[in-house]
Design a protein. Structure first.
Length: 138
C-alpha cells in the first residue's frame, strides 16, 4: 500500500512535535503546546487540545525508545498521535487496524519531505542542497 506522505501532513491543521526521549522532555514539550496559558501542565495541554473543535491536529512523539518510560500516560484518548520509536514494545499503543510498522523512504520522498518541512523556497539551489543532505543520510 502506497500513500503520499505530504498529502497526509497537509491534512492536519497543526502538528505538535514532542521529544519523547525522556519523561522530562515529554512534559516540557507537552506543556509548551498550550499557548499563553497561565497554567503550564500536561492536563492544561489536554484541555486546550480538546477545545480545538473541528481542527485536526497531530501529536508527534519522536524518539520514544526508552523501555522504562510509561508513554501511555502521555497519550491522549482523543485526536491523532504518531509515535516514532525503535522500541517494538510500544506497538501496544497502536490502533488494532493500524499498520504499526513504517518502511524506509525513497530518496525522492525524503527530499520532498525535507523541502516541505524546512519551508524554504523550492528553487534549484535548495533542491540540490536537499538532495545532498538526503544522500549523506542514506
Amino acid at each position: 500500500m502506497s500513500y503520499n506522505l505530504l498529502n497526509t501532513i497537509d491534512s492536519f491543521s497543526e502538528i505538535f512535535y514532542v521529544d519523547a526521549t525522556s519523561e522530562q522532555t515529554l512534559q516540557a514539550d507537552l506543556k509548551a503546546i498550550t499557548p499563553g496559558s497561565a497554567e503550564w501542565s500536561v492536563d492544561a495541554t489536554w484541555h486546550w487540545l480538546a477545545s480545538q473543535g473541528d481542527k485536526t491536529w497531530l501529536l508527534y512523539f519522536d524518539n520514544a525508545d526508552d523501555v522504562e518510560l510509561d508513554l501511555g500516560r502521555f497519550i491522549p484518548s482523543f485526536g491523532n498521535t504518531l509515535i516514532t520509536t525503535r522500541n517494538s514494545q510500544l506497538c501496544i499503543h497502536a490502533d488494532e487496524d493500524a499498520d504499526s510498522r513504517v518502511g524506509g523512504m525513497h530518496c525522492e520522498e525524503s527530499k520532498a519531505l525535507l523541502l516541505y518541512l524546512s519551508r524554504v523556497e523550492r528553487n534549484e539551489e535548495n533542491k540540490k542542497l536537499a538532495e545532498l543532505i538526503v544522500e549523506v543520510c542514506f
